[in-house]
Design a protein around this ligand. Structure first.
Ligand SMILES: [Zn+2]
Length: 262
């Protein structure tokens, strides 16, 4: 478990399954404790016992089992409230507090903004709390989620919303996929010096069994191939070498398709 201090809350990061992260957000000024995307209950219960805290809420970004399978046991253990997108209510187990995809709500002293980020699924939302982003399977370290339900255009729109957040915003995504994503990034953006630097840093972190997550929006803007279409120079180079239109959506689409076969 790793712990990160924010001004109004503390984030605990739990590695589970092969490469998932569960996050526990602890409000500094109220008893509110939110568990984000519990793939499993047991590691959360163990962590909370160790920290002497009690989950009050579960925040689900989307319906996939490796984000919601812990809901049942956590609700039964703590009577905590499952919060999720009203449009996904039929697919999120034990959901109790439904919110609209784009909304603002408060839990304790946590002011939470949810953003509609459809693409990986139709119903996927992201949570922004001050300078922290919990984006599930939409934006990854140097990557983005696969398109299971949405279109390329929807995913591109969703990624642009996340890219518009303040650069120091911490990116707490749900999987440790960074190194394989960086290998793909290297294959399409080899001259990027920020990317070279990140590859060195993140390889070193993994070598020492440290997470590469959270990253920041600023770092993703510099190095994530799926945000690089925001840079016209990148689009023009990519379109020349890969025979696609220079428009950002066309470049993003070509990159996402290439990543599927990488
Ligand atoms: Zn997923």
């Amino acid at each position: 478990m790793w712990t990160y201090q924010h001004k109004y809350f503390i984030v605990h990061q739990l590695p589970v399954l092969q490469d998932n992260y569960i996050y526990i957000i602890q409000d500094r000024h109220s008893p509110v404790v939110c568990v984000v995307d519990p793939a499993l209950a047991k590691p959360v219960i163990e962590a909370c016992t160790q920290l002497n805290i009690t989950p009050t809420h579960i925040l689900n970004t989307h319906h996939h089992w490796d984000h919601t399978d812990g809901n049942q046991q956590l609700v039964q253990t703590y009577q905590c409230t499952v919060v999720g997108n009203q449009d996904d209510a039929s697919r999120i187990p034990y959901i109790k507090q439904t919110i609209t995809a784009n909304s603002n709500f408060s839990l304790g002293h946590l002011h939470i903004q949810s953003l509609e980020v459809y693409g990986h699924t139709l119903g996927h939302i992201a949570f922004v709390i001050d300078d922290a982003l919990f984006c599930g399977d939409t934006l990854f370290g140097a990557g983005c989620g696969r398109l299971f339900e949405g279109s390329f255009a929807q995913m591109w729109q969703s990624l642009q919303k996340l890219a518009a957040l303040d650069k120091p915003t911490k990116v707490y995504c749900a999987h440790e996929y960074t190194l394989v994503n960086l290998a793909f990034a290297q294959s399409v953006d080899a001259d990027n010096i920020y990317l070279q630097q990140r590859i060195r840093n993140d390889k070193n972190k993994r070598l020492h069994k440290q997470p590469t997550i959270p990253s920041t929006i600023g770092l993703e803007l510099q190095t994530n191939p799926f945000l690089r279409p925001l840079d016209p120079k990148f689009c023009s180079t990519y379109s020349q070498t890969h025979a696609v239109e220079t428009k950002p959506l066309q470049v993003f689409t070509a990159l996402r398709e290439a990543r599927n076969h990488f």
